[in-house]
Design a protein around this ligand. Sequence first.
Ligand code: GDP
Ligand code: MG
Length: 696
Amino acid sequence: MKLKRISEPTTESVVGSSVKEDDMKYNVALVGNPNSGKTTLFNCLTGSNLYVGNWPGVTVEKKEGLIKNTKENINLVDLPGIYSLAPYSMDEIVSRNYILDEKPDLIINIIDASNIERNLYLTTQLMELGRPILGVLNMMDVVEKKGILLDLAELEKAFGFPFVKISAQKETGIEELIREVENHLKESQLIIYPNVFPDPIKEPLERFNDDLMKNHPEILADTPAAFRAVKLAEKDDELMRQFADDQELIGLIDSVRDEISEFSGQDVDSTIADYRYRYITEMVKKASHHTKEDQISFQDRLDKILMNRFAALPIFFLIMFIIYHVSITLVGDVSIGLIESLINNVIIVFVNHVLSAVGAADWLNSLINDGIIAGVGAVLTFIPQLFVLFIFISLLEDSGYMSRVAFMMDRVFRRFGLSGKSFIPLVVGLGCSVPGLMATRTLENERERKLTAVVTPFVSCGAKMPVYVLMASVFFSAYQSVMVFGLYLVSLVTVFISAFILSKTWFKGARSSYLLELPPYRIPTLKNTMTQVWERIKEFFVRAGTIIFAASVVLWFLQSFTLSLNMVTTADESILADLGRLIAPIFTPLGFGNWVASVSILSGMAAKEMIISTMSVLLSGAQGSFTLSVSHLFTQASAFSFMVFVLLASPCMAAVATMKKELGSWRDFLFALAYQMGIAYLIAFITYQFLSRILG
Ligand code: GDP
Ligand code: MG
């Protein structure tokens, strides 16, 4: 089929084939449905390492990069995944405005060929924009396994632009794709693609368009005719906003709408969507041939088990339990010991050797040993556990299982202003808030992502456990587990009530759409898993080397010096102890207004494990055993209120730093800190006032 072309008024005249100078940069936009493999292809073409997840909607911002392995200078833009060009979401508006305004030299329309009909729905709309398109059928590995052949020539005939077959993940067909891109870069004309609508819709639209040309040439003059006619006929909100009071135009629109719905007997929007699908179905049928019978899909059988109404949750908790058991208990126990002995027996020995060789001063000795090595080292001991935990999480995400869990949770979470995807950060946060906070990145809606990041630290992380164990055994020996269970209940209630309140106040705004789509199960690839794990671990190292390093030095300083800047001889002379005494009255209403408890809370900001170790250092001078001294410091009521405060107050500095990173803005970050502290204080206060009355 020959394509009609008309020259486009806005581009300079085309002379020969060397329109673009040698150093000219071409812009190519990567457009497709969420989860169609855009980012995988982007990484493969540009050699970058953007995050790839088996989630619809992982790409939140647009990303750019130069295509490798080509002589041309081609800039590739990864646009957000979209299902249509309707203005239902910010992503859709961003993408269509990008195409209309930036006029990329070529649109690479990436299509998940294993879901070809649904993906082509967007294609039929892209065609109306009249820009050069190259169709890229991705996931051909899956299609071929299903025994389906796709006829590229038929598809080209039906849609009016060429197609190539690739697998972005297996990296097949990429070279040919690059050659095709090069071939099609030079078409800077407006292209008229085949019209997908039957005559009774096409004709009224064409007449409408002629009317527009004649009577309103100024309206959307630089918008392609096909797009303009359909979008106006659909009363597209974005476009209509400009013409809300143009009665004559509205009249024209209403008459074309009447004509269309008279023909179909339905409203215009459904008619247009319906006929797009009809065209697609017909053309795909022509272009595809089955070579073997579709077996009852393995996927469906897997879903029957994993998403079974009764079995789904127990299976999920079993999987999470195994993951925790393996990463925290099995790997954690061994690796913490190993790393500690590495630090104590190798690093410290070596460092001290060097320090004494150069005759370093006492304070420097102490700074390096008690400050830096102790602080950074404590954080580094987490790394093996995190590494294993991240591998599991990445496998769960990549396989498509996490999307299913999120899907199941969506309805409940939605009532509280969260999304089903918030579930994962919260569950991961049970182990450690740091990966929990990082897991919020899988939420595509910014508001929900930030909201989830603020409430995730309310989930009790593993490092707070020693506090509960100690307190419960000293004060609640008869009903320890009830008390600890009670704390988890407090944590759960705080998460949901906070989410509910914040989603109506600070984080008010657009909701994400319902999770409608489940990605297929896939076998995760080693490469993708390792890249993801490495990216996450790398950040952790960076933080250990920067923020945590700095905070350790500050904390060391506060612990080691007196206010007159002499080195301390006993712990209670330090600046930190003074600070503790200074802030202790703040905690009086919560029942633990003593300096030991205050200092422990302060040092718990470095790492929650330090709460107990600080207490033991501070109480080491006291008479009797450690637990006996602790029992003098608190009552049952104040012990429980202390646990509640530790549970809910802002997390350790590693998590706080992560929270800053995930929230982005200082404004949201400071709000989050204030909120977490405020809630912790309030709930501990209520707890204490209540318990002290009934327990005495
Ligand atoms: P995006 O949302 O469009 O950016 O999609 P991603 O690039 O994040 O990919 C979504 C999922 O599809 C990931 O799990 C990828 O590993 C997987 N994927 C991408 N390309 C292919 C492919 O060619 N074959 C298969 N089997 N999986 C793919
Ligand atoms: Mg993506």
